[in-house]
Design a protein around this ligand. Structure first.
Ligand SMILES: Cc1ncc(C[n+]2csc(CCOP(=O)(O)OP(=O)(O)O)c2C)c(N)n1
Ligand SMILES: [Mg+2]
Length: 312
């Protein structure tokens, strides 16, 4: 059964429940990251932090199409959304980003080096892509039935190793799902200034099946992702899922040279608000209250934790 038919067979009640759950996940990512930016400005976070504001439908749509029990996820410097959609560990993430002992990696990995169960992140652009292909090869040789998904940005399509990875994934028929999140910029560079040709067609010369879509609707992303996952798992072949999205926040903290009018236009079409507008008010309000309380509780708990490596 393909994903479209899967979604169309769920009852109205299940569909409503799913919409509220997707909203809860997207809102959790949004509130956690807004809070991280605030904590950064107050000096509670060292180094840097890259937020996923505006891109939440990508992580939630894709990760909910995976088998969290066995599939493997590789992510990049902008990983908080993928992490939370995968394991919902708000406290483990916030403590990690804030360098606290209770962080998911003991507070020594930080925002770009997260690891929990089968999720791994790293900030070296493109470096995670061959790792994901290697993981897919390992799972194939083990016969585990697991697929591997790797998230990469538009700018990362400028790295040569990405094309070596696409080549091997196709040549060796490896179960890996490449998810490109084109958020229009690599730091300050618009993607049209860095890349020739159509980014959504990058996998075609390697005979890798692909799909391209607007990622402003979490259900649209989820349907496409579920079809892609079914193909990768069923056929044991790679797939290239190209998502058009937009980063509503700065690249990291305050480094934003974009036209404020452009940002305002995208903010008016915020995918989170688009989903919110479809929800029944009572359920929506309950989710919003629960998420706000959870994030506030977590911040208080994390601030009370010792810094990683601090003497007891
Ligand atoms: C190999 C390497 N070169 C440069 C950087 C610095 N850097 C961090 S994020 C970034 C831009 C990435 O753009 P994109 O792939 O579009 O992802 P986005 O930040 O938009 O999510 C760059 C150049 C890096 N982390 N790794
Ligand atoms: Mg980008």
């Amino acid at each position: 059964m393909n994903a479209t038919s899967l979604l169309s067979t769920v009852s109205g009640q299940d569909q409503a429940t799913l919409a509220l759950e997707f909203y809860r996940q997207m809102l959790t990512i949004r509130r956690v990251e807004e809070e991280l930016l605030r904590l950064f400005s107050q000096g509670h976070i060292r180094g840097t932090v890259h937020t996923y504001l505006g891109q939440e439908a990508c992580a939630v749509g894709v990760v909910n199409a995976l088998d969290r029990g066995k599939d493997v996820i590789f992510s990049n410097h902008r990983a908080h959304g993928h992490f939370l959609a995968y394991c919902d560990d708000v406290e483990g993430l916030m403590a990690e980003v804030m360098g606290r002992a209770g962080g998911v990696c003991g507070g020594v990995g930080g925002t770009q080096h997260l690891h929990k169960r089968n999720l791994y992140t790293n900030g070296i652009q493109g470096g995670i892509v061959p790792l994901a292909v290697g993981s897919a090869a390992a799972e194939k040789f083990k016969g585990s039935g697991a697929i591997t998904v790797v998230f990469l940005g538009d700018g990362t399509l400028g790295q040569g190793v990405v094309y070596e990875s696409l080549n091997i994934a196709s040549l060796w028929s490896l179960p890996v799902l490449f998810v490109v999140e084109n958020n229009h910029y690599a730091q300050t560079t618009p993607y049209q200034m860095a890349h020739a040709g159509d980014l959504s067609r990058r996998a075609r010369p390697f005979d890798i099946r692909s799909a391209a879509l607007q990622a402003d609707d979490v259900f649209r992303v989820h349907t496409a992702a579920a079809e892609a996952v079914e193909y990768v798992r069923g056929e044991g072949k790679p797939f290239f899922l190209y998502l058009e999205t937009y980063r509503l926040g700065p690249h990291s903290k305050g480094d934003d040279l974009r036209d404020p009018e452009e940002i305002a236009a995208y903010r008016a079409r915020d995918p989170l608000i688009k989903l919110r507008n479809t929800l029944p008010p009572a359920g929506r309000d309950a989710v919003e209250q629960a998420v706000s309380e959870r994030v506030a509780r977590t911040v208080a708990a994390v601030l009370a934790q010792p810094l990683a490596g601090a003497n007891p």
